[in-house]
Design a binder for this molecule. Sequence first.
Ligand code: IVH
Length: 719
Amino acid sequence: MTKGPEERIAELTRLIRYHDQRYHSDDASEIPDADFDQLKRELLELEAAHPELVRPDSPTQMVGADPSTLFTPVEHRVPMMSLDNAFDRDELNAWAERALRRLAAARARRAAEESTAQGMLLSADDQEDDEDRPESRGAIGLEGSPPELGGLVCELKYDGLAVSLRYENGRLVQAATRGNGRVGEDITANILTLKSVPHLLPAGAPQVLEVRGEVYMPLAAFDALNAQQEAEGKPRYANPRNTAAGSLRQKDPTITATRGLSMWCYSVGEVHGGPGVATHSATLEYLDSLGLPVNPETVTVDSVNEAWEFVDQCEDRRHDLPYEIDGAVVKVDRLDLQRELGATSRAPRWAIAYKLPPEERTTKLLDIHVSIGSKGKATPFAVLEPVFVGGSTVEMATLHNQDQVKAKDVRPGDTVVVRKAGDVIPEVVGSVLAERPDELPEWEFPAICPCPHHQPLVRQEGDAAHYCFFPRCPEQLRGWIEHFAARNALDIEHLGEQRVSLFIDLGFIADVGDIYALDYDLIRELEGFGELSVANLAAAIEASKQQSLARLLVGLNIRHLGDTSSELLADAFGHVDRIMEASVEALAEVDGIGPIMAESVHEFFQSEVNREIVEKLRAAGLNFIQDTSSDAAAESLFQTLAGMTIVVTGGLEGYSRDGVGAAIKARGGKSPGSVSSKTTALVVGENPGASKLEKAEKLGIPVLNEAQFQELIETGTLP
Ligand code: IVH
């Protein structure tokens, strides 16, 4: 049942107050800004439609939340205001038109007042004409031509928190948060730790200068902090804005000092003895000349159309910047016009914020399912109510493993925050606890594999992942066969993803051994299989029997064993049978083979089903002997990555950490440990390093997932 306006207004008021409190006072927003804005817009619209229901204490009539008592209250002599928002070009135009109308009305009013003062009773039309007369010009100098907004200053909207710095006779004496706009909190000791904020201004600085701006956490500082958290086994911080807020509200300034916070100044409050500037852009230049941090991206333009261009471009620039922005701000440059336009109770009329489409949204977590990878790895993923975020609709997002689900405290039925920045893989940030239904049970990792064999999912000590160890698990089979046929393994050219799926679905293949027992007469009957394509497939399968032992080992899909380690084993043992019979100790004696790998190889060959598969391959006539040196094997690979520099971050299913580098090198590529402008592509596996990802994004370097990387390896072209 839909709620009546009164009821909905009460509900929205409650929700907005709650989230406002979280955002401003507790530094722990539960919902993304976009969702919060949506609540506010709905309330504004309802109030506009039902003015009789507007309560004097409605959140639409106030700025921010009341300050907490954590720090001493500071009264702002000039209130710190908020900004009204525009969400598209029409709303930006509407703002400019409103401002123009207001200027025209003010001018008409003033002209009327002057006429009255002169005892002349003129009609409204005459007043218009009369404005050209020099004696009717007012002190503000607007008259003479149709009202114009003049220059517009376009700034980025920095995603941090507003602060006010007070300099007296050039010395920083006080710094305060915005609080509710009238009263904030004293954070002087913490602000003094910011390297970009001068403690002293040059000689000749005004007697009193209040500087307003945004304190933010640069992305590099945020990544470094999270890397440190991870190294200490502590949970990651969710986003730079909240972390900046938390860092600034530390009781101990030495903690703030370690957080690498920075600031952009964007306006002034109280000023005595300043140089008397006429425009906002001149104010910014003046602040810059005093050594205060002023953002270099700011531009002044002559029209709303040009302002829109700036606003429109900021979305593209968003990921090239070393700090987060959530939009752009357009301000009337002339201070006389700013004064003329004035402000509402919460925001100036001479400025408007354009909010970028959100990169975080909330949605319902419908369920958590588990997918089984080609090596049996069970990965939980979120099934979401579809939500448009970061430029695409997200319905699923990986949750990595059991520990991640626990750390994020997400449960089916929760409202969760989903984040998708640019091209980056979507992620579930966490749950909105305020919206959790009562007694929502915690999610339990399933004890059995989702496949029809219902084999147990096992988590071994020291491993974050669960595995299904049953070799014929159909959930794994598809991945295993694709892996077996891949270029770095048996390299079976005409056995692609679609054909693998088809043959499995038709029951032609139940394990990799069956590839060599395919009935080509049956295949010929299938749609899409001409004589030639069947002949090509048969030839490719036949040729694969001659591949090296190392490649066969890769194809066997043994956990933890990648290309390089397969080479090492093949070189050391020379025959499948010797590897099959080797003890864990013997395997671990091979240089480059660690105990985990040795254990895994041994375990693989202990399995009855796996031994059956090996026998099938032997019977089919596959090469079980290492007769090519590893160098020759590398050379025999196509140099698909010649001249390319591929950086890998996070774990890949098909490769060990060393193996992936070796695979790239074997194909003529380079694989350094860090991203630079020379990087051809960044490959992102599980639990990737945030800094590499951010850097690649900043430099516009393509980001590939494992499947896309495999495609690159195979084809030599970026997908
Ligand atoms: S001007 C009186 N300029 O956005 C006008 N604000 O949503 C004061 N912000 O409270 C604000 N970048 O914390 C201004 N270039 C910018 C800004 C900016 C970020 C923040 C500021 C403000 C909030 C309003």
